[in-house]
Design a protein around this ligand. Sequence first.
Ligand SMILES: Cc1cc2nc3c(=O)[nH]c(=O)nc-3n(C[C@H](O)[C@H](O)[C@H](O)COP(=O)(O)O)c2cc1C
Length: 405
Amino acid sequence: MVSKINKKILLAASGGIAAYKTAELVRLLRKKNAEVRVVLTHAAEKFVTPLTFQALSGHAVATELLDTEQENAMGHINLARWADLLIVAPATADIIAKFSHGLADDLLSTLYLAAECPVYIAPAMNQAMWNKTVTQDNIKKLQNHGVTIIGPESGDQACGEQGFGRMSEPEEICNHLLTGSSSSLLQGKSVLISAGPTREPLDPVRYISNRSSGKMGYALAEAAINQGASVTLVSGPVSLSAPAKTNLVNVETAQQMYEEVLQRAGLYDVYIGAAAVADYSPDQIKEEKIKKQADRTTIVLRKNKDILSAVAHLKQRPFTVGFAAETQELEKYARGKLERKNLDMIAANWVGKESGGFEDDNNALQVFWRQGKQNFEMMNKKRLAEKLIELIAEKLDEKNTTKNP
Ligand SMILES: Cc1cc2nc3c(=O)[nH]c(=O)nc-3n(C[C@H](O)[C@H](O)[C@H](O)COP(=O)(O)O)c2cc1C
């Protein structure tokens, strides 16, 4: 882990509530030895004051494009040339749209066009704004132009809603800038991830499902992408939006998930089974809605195919990682599953009282492979996913080296 960032960083904030967090980001970057100059859009100035950033960065804050005070009136070009990297945090839907369309009607959008250094943005906005197709198209365009997108995170929003759109924490952004250039542990590798719950229909309106939110699988997809992998996500019904650059395949039932995963798995380097797949499905799906009649009724269930085990027993198999949720004897049951299903690695967590898990934003994991294990303490699922992806990349590398010394 790099501990210093001896770079000249141009840090811009656009006009969102999260601009208050940008002050902390200046402090963290300076602590890491970076020289920081701050740009605020006019909208950002409504949320935070230039004086705060002047005091924290030790430099005057730039806000104007058409600034007659500048000696040669070329401040935007000078700033763009000065910077080793440009980070926009928070990046509003508006500034993202401007960047992606090449507009240059204020200081920040003009700086972006003039910048030849690496550009990072940390979007922050209401979840509906983030999920809007036009915003997602703009994000994809920027990624194709080489811009690195940090976050956003999922969770409670300032507007009182829930979902993706919250700016990543300053510490996470800072870590990303520190390690950004070296996050390529899965460069050139393909990763297949299954996530979320499945729904097993009983009749046209009812189904059996579980509490899986899909957060862990989606966070793993994002972490794998950030490490350079190409990622396909086979997802049951969740209320999350897939990270940009993900190839998303939506499914509903365990059988559909089986088919979509199995037809691809042999072509991938890594398969991570993070979905909570129903073990059993109703033996019969009634064509008409089941009527309320008897006081007691019975549903006959039949066992579903085991996706993880099927992938791990393929002739041409990816590095296969499973998840186990246990309420007792975690290591014993997890290692049993590792052996029985022929997995390369299993990530196990406690479920039940006070233990994080399914719907929580945080989780703790114990990860087992044949020759070892590693504990990850309770932390945010995004951070946990990053750590797990790093471990998978390391073990995959070891396996490939043993196979082709
Ligand atoms: C209270 C308030 C909060 C806002 N928060 C956000 C936000 O978090 N993200 C966003 O994209 N826009 C947000 N907006 C809208 C932007 O401020 C608006 O689109 C503005 O034109 C952005 O200008 P800029 O991109 O030049 O900074 C907010 C507006 C208000 C009034």
